[in-house]
Design a protein around this ligand. Structure first.
Ligand SMILES: C[S@@+](CC[C@H](N)C(=O)[O-])C[C@H]1O[C@@H](n2cnc3c(N)ncnc32)[C@H](O)[C@@H]1O
Length: 393
């Protein structure tokens, strides 16, 4: 994963993140940086700012739910304010003909133009007269383009009544994630989640290489493919034999082989895990069942409630079975459906872990409200929300 300006990040106390999944991305970051985050804020829908101590670069390497990380270098009172601390830092890293860009999140066009002008003036004053300014569509240089154009990208966002600015210091290498979804033998886009989301969920599990993850509603195996790639041992179950075959094919492809090394996928019912696993316990469970039919229009609230009610018993019975099959320090990560209705309501499956001696995972100082909703998904009326449980000790 590319670190663009590593020193700058390590020295930063305030790190801004461009969120791929909204609140779920904040949960993932707090999980990866557990113990290092003192405070987190979300100044706009797309940005979170983490106040950190002892930031460990290695821990951030696997972050999946972020498009960019930037160090917050300055907060201006107004868009035409003095950017010298930023341009000092930039000039240290720039060569005469480098590409630069400004990516704005929640900044109006006029303010954007003022910020760009002021940044270019600052760079010229430092003798950098030939830097090339990229003009990205919608005032945002996408993270892939930051890499392909080799740009020093600065992000800007409203913050505490002013505008915060800082250079992008890390972006994920998203090409392998995309290929993992499209190039596997059985892609099944109609049921599969994205590899990026699968990685985010796996990060929430806190698993280390060599440990065992179970997906008891594995479908075509998207979560397990990503798990296998990070050297986790994979167990999968699905009640349909055809899905079991599809998952096996995808997992074989992931390890580039014909043997079933490192994984075991079986036909079975997620509500009977203790029997299926013969009493053995796994290090984590990560699953995305989404058991409601796809909708062609926003339903009425009463219809949505009926759909959610019909599937809720499978989720709750499966959760009880998962609680019996998890190691005492393991986590259970479950995606549930959330339906947006034509009456403007949101109806979600709710899971109660207390009766199963499970508590909700709360990394760091934030205090997440569960289920944690995903934002910016391409799905239409059926959205996703996530629970992370751990056994109460
Ligand atoms: C939405 S799909 C999961 C998709 C998966 N996350 C993927 O990326 O391919 C839900 C799966 O759960 C399976 N399923 C439904 N009820 C089940 C049960 N009680 N036990 C195990 N699997 C079940 C279905 O056959 C289906 O393949």
């Amino acid at each position: 994963m590319p670190f663009l300006l590593p020193d700058s990040l390590m020295e930063a106390r305030d790190v801004a993140m461009v969120l791929a999944f909204g609140k779920l991305s904040i949960l993932e970051a707090c999980s990866l940086m557990e113990g290092s985050v003192e405070r987190a804020e979300a100044p706009t829908e797309r940005i979170a700012v983490f106040h950190t101590t002892r930031l460990e670069r290695g821990r951030l390497r696997g972050l999946a739910g972020a498009h960019k990380l930037a160090s917050v270098v300055t907060v201006l009172d107004s868009p035409s304010g003095d950017q010298s601390s930023l341009t000092d830092l930039m000039s240290f890293h720039l060569e005469e003909k480098s590409n630069v860009s400004l990516s704005a999140y929640g900044v109006v066009d006029d303010d954007y133009e003022d910020l760009v002008r002021s940044m270019l003036d600052g760079l010229r004053n430092k003798g950098l007269r030939k830097v090339r300014l990229l003009r990205p569509k919608d005032n945002e240089l996408l993270s892939e383009k930051v890499l392909t154009r080799g740009a020093l990208d600065v992000i800007a966002f409203p913050y505490h009544g002013g505008v915060a600015l800082g250079p992008t210091v890390w972006v994920p290498d998203s090409a392998p994630m995309r290929q993992s979804g499209t190039q596997r033998p059985v892609p099944r886009p109609e049921i599969a989640l994205s590899p990026r989301l699968a990685r985010t969920l796996l990060n929430l599990s806190g698993l280390k290489p060599g440990q065992t993850v179970l997906d008891p509603f594995c479908g075509s195996g998207t979560i397990l493919v990503e798990a296998l790639k990070r050297s986790l041992r994979c167990l999968g179950l699905d009640s349909r034999a055809s899905r079991v075959q599809e998952a096996r094919e995808n997992l074989r492809w992931a390890i580039g082989g014909v043997t079933d090394r490192g994984f075991d996928i079986r036909k079975g019912d997620a509500r009977e895990l203790p029997r299926m696993l013969r009493g053995t316990k796994v290090d984590a469970i990560v699953t995305e069942p989404l058991l409601i039919p796809s909708l062609t229009a926003r339903p009425k609230t009463s219809t949505a409630e009926a759909l959610i009610h019909d599937s809720a018993s499978v989720y709750n019975d499966a959760l009880a079975s998962m609680a019996e099959s998890i190691q005492p320090n393991g986590r259970i990560v479950v995606v549930v459906p959330l339906i947006e209705t034509m009456d403007g309501d949101e109806v979600a499956v709710t899971l109660d872990g207390r009766r199963l001696n499970l508590r909700l995972y709360q990394p760091g100082p934030v205090g997440f409200e569960y289920p944690v909703r995903l934002s910016f998904e391409s799905t239409r009326w059926v959205k996703r929300a996530v629970y992370v449980f751990e056994p109460r000790v």
